[in-house]
Design a protein around this ligand. Structure first.
Ligand code: ADP
Length: 481
């Protein structure tokens, strides 16, 4: 049993460690407010009840004592006719005495003790200390005197308009007070247990009620632009308020999906419409540059600038078209068995011609994989193009093929400027460029790597990057072997 409770505490601590309390969460605030309210209400009920019980105890005993006190002068008067005053007083005290009541009478100036009960009925006697306490102005309360609880009374005895003395009474209510203290303690324990049980139940219920919202948050967080059309929140057993929210959210998702599709269609149409005439313009500019022999320097430079800008824009439009096609799922990937060594050599030779750079190939054996030959070529050309752009002209570019962990890896390595760690996670996003100043000279659009990732994913492979600022970058494409 003891082990069980220790285990429970240990688990509780683990849960708290795993889910640190969020002080700003609705769950925490609601639980805290309700817990505070229940502590406040239960403790006020407990305080009121114990105060009331104490009042009842004091009132009952005070009334008792007062009743005896009203009889006192009458009896004294009766005895004073037959007996000397002191004897009459003592007789009266003996007469009115009840168990646990101590009575004593003092002269009017409190200096002389005239008579007192003999203590036979009581567990204590009136000593100097008690007398001093009883002679002070009294409140309607239970007085603690050593280990006893007393209700005190003081009154004057007038006989035939003469002040005979002062009567004092001390009623021992220790047993009743102890019972009351026990009852109050039990009430406090019950209140603490009830409050704890209420807080635990409420915390659990609040957590349960907010669960659908957390689920909604998780589902909404996992939705990306690509799966917007299929994305839907489905919540079972959620309260109707949350279900309504989920429905509205689903309607919003569907509107978003429509406008995202329209936007994609628009980009695709515009790119398509612009690419053809611009390719014609580029063709004319290039042929003009090749054939014209009588151009002056200014005309030649203007035509070259126009041709290079047209070329850049045709490339951008081609990228946008490729991405739009891939997004709408119109890109069809062939599944060829490709000899990677041959393909890499072909791409390297082509790239060497265009870039005038040394491209080395490292492969210990011949590797094959299933992929789309043309798209893999496009991927490698884009990566080599970047490696050329972002490394010094005297640095070689290395293409490696190897196998590890049942994967065939093709690596494009350069010893260029490298990519800062903070940008590496975003490098494959559309239009993301590391540093405008760095890309100003190279003139990219930030779409090359987005296309590379789309194509590699489409072929069922994966792409990763390892890079160090100032040392170079390694892009690794992995296919299943
Ligand atoms: P861009 O057309 O601008 O080159 P990319 O999508 O191909 O667009 O690349 C995105 C950014 O990643 C580039 O702006 C460049 O800063 C960085 N980058 C890509 N490849 C390399 C590389 N091999 N070395 C250093 N930085 C690179």
């Amino acid at each position: 049993m003891l082990f069980g409770s220790k285990e429970m505490i240990r688990r509780g601590i683990e849960i708290i460690k795993l889910n640190p309390i969020d002080r700003f969460s609705l769950q925490f605030r609601l639980t805290l407010e309700i817990a505070m309210l229940s502590v406040l209400s239960l403790s006020s009920v407990a305080a009121w009840t114990s105060g009331k019980m104490q009042d009842i105890l004091i009132t009952t005993h005070t009334q008792n004592v007062k009743y005896i006190a009203t009889r006192f002068p009458r009896d004294v008067e009766l005895y004073s006719d037959m007996l000397p005053p002191n004897v009459g007083l003592q007789k009266t005290i003996d007469n009115v005495s009840v168990p646990n009541l101590v009575i004593w009478v003092k002269s009017g100036d409190n200096k002389q003790l005239l008579a007192q009960s003999n203590g036979a009925n009581s567990s204590f006697m009136a000593d100097e200390e008690l007398m001093k306490l009883a002679e002070m102005p009294l409140q309607p309360m239970v007085y603690q005197f050593h280990d006893r609880f007393l209700v005190l009374y003081q009154g004057e005895i007038w006989i035939k308009n003469n002040l005979l003395g002062k009567v004092y009474m001390a009623k021992d209510v220790t047993d009743e007070e102890r019972q009351l203290i026990n009852a109050i303690q039990s009430l406090a324990v019950v209140c603490i247990l009830a409050t704890t049980a209420t807080i635990i139940t409420i915390a659990f219920r609040i957590r349960q009620s907010l669960q659908p919202l957390q689920e909604m948050n998780k589902i909404a967080g996992a939705i990306s632009a690509e799966d917007l059309s299929q994305a839907k929140l489905r919540l079972n057993n959620a309260p109707s308020e949350v279900k309504e929210l989920a429905q509205t959210f689903n309607m919003m998702l569907s509107r978003l999906s429509d406008s995202w599709e329209q936007q994609r269609q628009f980009v695709s149409n515009v790119s398509h419409e612009l690419r053809t005439p611009l390719t014609v313009v580029l063709g004319y500019l290039q042929s003009l540059l090749r054939r014209s022999t009588n151009l002056n320097d200014y005309q030649k430079e203007a035509l070259e600038t126009a041709a290079s800008e047209a070329d850049r824009t045709v490339h951008l439009l081609q990228y946008l078209l490729d991405l739009a096609r891939a997004d709408s799922g119109y890109t069809i990937y062939r599944r060829d068995r490709v000899n990677l060594n041959e393909l890499v050599t072909e791409v390297a030779e082509m790239a060497e011609q265009f870039s005038n750079r040394i491209i080395q190939i490292e492969a210990s054996e011949t590797f094959f994989t299933i992929c789309d030959r043309d798209r893999l070529k496009q991927v490698l050309i884009n990566l080599i193009d970047n490696a050329v752009k972002y490394s010094a002209a005297d640095q070689p570019i290395i293409l490696k093929i190897d196998q590890s962990n049942q994967k065939i890896n093709i690596q494009v390595c350069d010893r260029g400027v490298g990519i800062p760690l903070k940008d590496q996670g975003r490098i494959f996003e559309r239009f993301y460029r590391v540093d405008e100043s760095r890309t100003r000279d190279t003139g990219g659009h930030g779409l090359g790597l987005a296309i590379v990732k789309t194509l590699v994913d489409g072929m069922g492979g994966s792409i990763s990057i390892r890079s160090e600022l100032g040392s170079g970058s390694v892009f690794t494409i992995a296919f299943a072997s």
